[in-house]
Design a binder for this molecule. Structure first.
Ligand code: GUN
Length: 291
């Protein structure tokens, strides 16, 4: 039987554990606080940010919600980040990506105080991750490590294939997989849009992480019997539903499930874990403030 990995259940367990740490911090006079900054009117981004705010409320993290008109000058975003950097009550800052084209994304990531960079996207934090000395592990790959651990999947010595080379998922996932650490020690291949014969690579994998943002691009014929399949995709495709769309992953779930020993669903797999690990990083940031 294929194990369908329940991301909601694992995320709930992590939130329950965090609640204890948050109560301890509160008792010491520190209220963990996360500021989210949204400069976009993309409905998906709006939904993600509001879910992150709700998660904070559920576990007792204070959430500050800053919204900036997507047509406003870039300076407005930089001034907001400066103010949040200077605010001693703010532990974590998350600027929801993507930002509008007239805003230099890399400059935004550099502007965030690395101690408050709970996404782990500041170059200093990326460097620390690559060096095997992560301050904040990026939320999605960290969440995937936790999911694999919860599903009793040992990565050590396994062949892992990461499909997608984004800064947010693919690159940090590959970095975590190759580290000499629990959840690492995997022989790791990163595939992308220029990979020749992707199916040959994925068929040779014990663990496939699909993070290319292409609906249902990985199907059962591309997997070996018993593979572990982690689907990071959240693609909105037109559908005859109330909302006019449905969410599908980067994996064709039905055919992949026939081959996989374990697989994550969409929704309810990686997504809740990304959000849980954001809370984890925020509590970690608050812990360093309390030190
Ligand atoms: N956009 C999509 N995923 C993420 C994420 O994990 N963090 C931020 N800041 N923006 C995103």
């Amino acid at each position: 039987m294929t194990h369908v990995i329940d991301g909601n259940a694992v995320a709930q367990r992590i939130r329950d554990e965090l609640r204890d740490s948050i109560e301890t911090l509160e008792a010491e006079g520190t209220t963990p606080t996360l500021a989210t900054v949204l400069m976009s009117d993309d409905p998906a981004s709006e939904t993600y940010v509001s879910m992150k705010q709700d998660d904070c409320e559920e576990v007792g993290i204070e959430a500050i919600d800053v919204e900036i008109d997507p047509d406003a000058p870039a300076e407005e975003l930089f001034e907001t980040v400066d103010d949040l950097n200077a605010d001693d009550d703010v532990d974590g800052i998350l600027v929801q990506m993507p930002v509008p084209d007239h805003v230099d994304k890399r400059a935004v990531l550099r502007a965030i105080d690395p101690m408050k960079d709970v996404d782990g996207f500041h170059p200093e934090n990326v460097g620390r991750l690559v060096a095997g000395d992560a301050r904040y592990k990026p939320c999605t790959p960290h969440g995937i490590q936790k999911l694999l651990e919860a599903a009793d999947v040992d990565t050590e010595g396994k062949d892992a294939v990461v499909v997608g080379r984004s800064d947010i998922v693919g690159k940090p996932m590959a970095n975590l997989f190759i580290q000499k650490a629990p959840g690492g020690n995997a022989t790791t291949t990163v595939c992308h849009s220029r990979t020749e014969d992707l199916a040959a690579k994925t068929r040779a994998a014990d663990i496939v992480v699909a993070a290319a943002g292409v609906p249902e691009m990985i199907d059962g014929s591309m997997l070996s019997e018993g593979a572990v399949v982690i689907d990071v995709g959240i693609n909105r495709v037109d559908a005859d539903t109330e909302k006019g769309y449905e969410l599908v992953g980067d994996v064709d779930f039905e055919s992949a499930k026939e081959k996989a020993s374990a697989i994550t669903p969409v929704p309810g797999g990686v997504g809740p874990m990304t959000r849980a690990m954001l809370l984890y990083n925020t509590v970690k940031a608050a812990g360093s403030r309390a030190d």
